[in-house]
Write a protein that binds this ligand. Structure first.
Ligand code: TTP
Ligand code: MG
Length: 353
């Protein structure tokens, strides 16, 4: 039987800050942009569980976080340190798996060759091992496929283990909101709500043909997911999804030199991060948010892997052109690299520049 285990670190960036700085332990910690006494722009990356009690969460404007919890410790993002933790933790987890797929800086799927009872033991061992070696806690989900394992790891956070046996998959999913299914974002959620579907159980029981008339092929896929069916496999590989940076301007701007300078800064930043971690990339994406909050992303996938900043700069400049032509003021600018592949560590990078 195929068993999938999903590991996700708890409050990852904030937990590392608390580990590195004992004075922050047990306190609300907000990792993200500078709040500037409530006037700061930019967003919250993540928060410690203590800060979540005040309603502060990832993606929230930092000024709002400041209003909700002014006495929190506001800490800026220290990405290279988080990446080092991530690399070490993934190296601890990887040997437990028959197949291993890292999904982001703090989560991975493991395909296991064992029984569900043994999988629960492995989950405990992984938690203990990560706690002893790195001083961090994680939550783990075990299920018959990736979909169930991922939803299960989120079910009892922090420091939880949730095992969903195949014969209880449908019952487990039934009362959860549709938003928990991967691929279901705000838009799909809203359309579903219009059909009076809010839970996964309601979606599973809905007529497949009608879903297809609203969503096309995606409707069939949604119906399968809601029924706990997911055929995607754990793919071996260096699957760090992306390396990205965003900057919210202090004041919205349509000044080309300012925008270009920022673009170069962002390109440099993501390039340094990629080279430092030994990644080459194939896809470059830019993100622009205008004053109206209207947000655009544009991307290009190149024919081969690259690892130089000039390529990022050239492609990013081309991609941003249509956004400049709108003459709207920009609020936020971002650059992201994806299609990443590891080419050993620093020493080989030169070969690919
Ligand atoms: P998550 O696993 O989504 O969040 P988390 O680990 O902080 O908390 P949880 O216990 O709920 O898993 O994301 C992992 C890290 O990615 C997170 O620590 C910070 C970063 N991140 C952002 O920078 N911005 C975001 O909007 C999100 C969701 C995460
Ligand atoms: Mg996490």
């Amino acid at each position: 039987m195929r068993i999938v285990l999903h590991v996700d670190l708890d409050a990852f960036f904030a937990a590392i800050e608390q580990k590195e700085r004992p004075e922050l332990r047990g306190k609300p910690v907000v990792v993200g942009a500078d709040p500037k006494g409530g006037k700061g722009r930019g967003v919250v990356s993540t928060t410690s569980y203590e800060a979540r009690e005040y309603g502060v969460h990832s993606g929230m404007p930092i000024a709002q976080a400041y209003r909700l919890c002014p006495h929190a410790a506001f800490v800026s993002v220290n990405f290279p340190v988080y990446r080092q933790y991530s690399d070490r933790i993934m190296a601890i987890i990887r040997p437990y798996a028959k197949r291993f797929q890292q999904m982001s800086i703090d989560e991975a799927f493991l395909e296991l060759d064992c029984t569900f009872d043994e999988a629960r033991e492995i989950a405990r061992e992984i938690q203990n091992n990560v706690r002893e070696k790195e001083g961090l806690s994680c939550s783990i989900g075990v299920g018959e496929n990736k979909l169930v394992a991922k939803i299960a790891s989120d079910f009892q956070k922090p420091n939880g283990i949730t095992v969903v046996l195949p014969n209880s998959t449908r019952r487990f999913l039934q009362n959860l909101p549709v938003r928990k299914l991967y691929g279901v974002g705000k838009r799909t959620e809203e359309v579903l709500r219009g059909l009076t579907i809010t839970t996964i159980g309601e979606l599973a029981a809905y007529d497949k043909q009608r879903l297809m008339s609203y969503f096309g092929k995606w409707g069939i896929y949604l119906h399968l997911l809601a029924n706990g069916i997911d055929a995607s496999t754990v793919e071996e590989g260096d699957d760090m999804k992306s390396i990205g940076r965003e900057i919210t301007f202090d004041e919205d701007t349509d000044d080309y030199p300012t925008i270009e300078q920022t673009l170069v800064l962002l390109a440099d930043d993501v390039c340094n991060e990629a080279v430092h971690q030994g990644y080459s990339f194939r896809t470059i994406t830019i993100k622009v948010r205008f004053s109206s909050f209207e947000t655009h992303t544009r991307q290009r996938t190149l024919k081969r892997l690259h690892s130089d900043r000039e390529t990022i700069n050239d492609v990013a400049r081309e991609l941003i052109q249509p956004c400049l032509e709108t003459k709207q003021r920009m609020r936020l600018l971002g650059v992201r690299l994806s299609g990443l592949k590891i080419y050993g560590r620093q020493k080989q990078i030169g070969d690919y520049v």
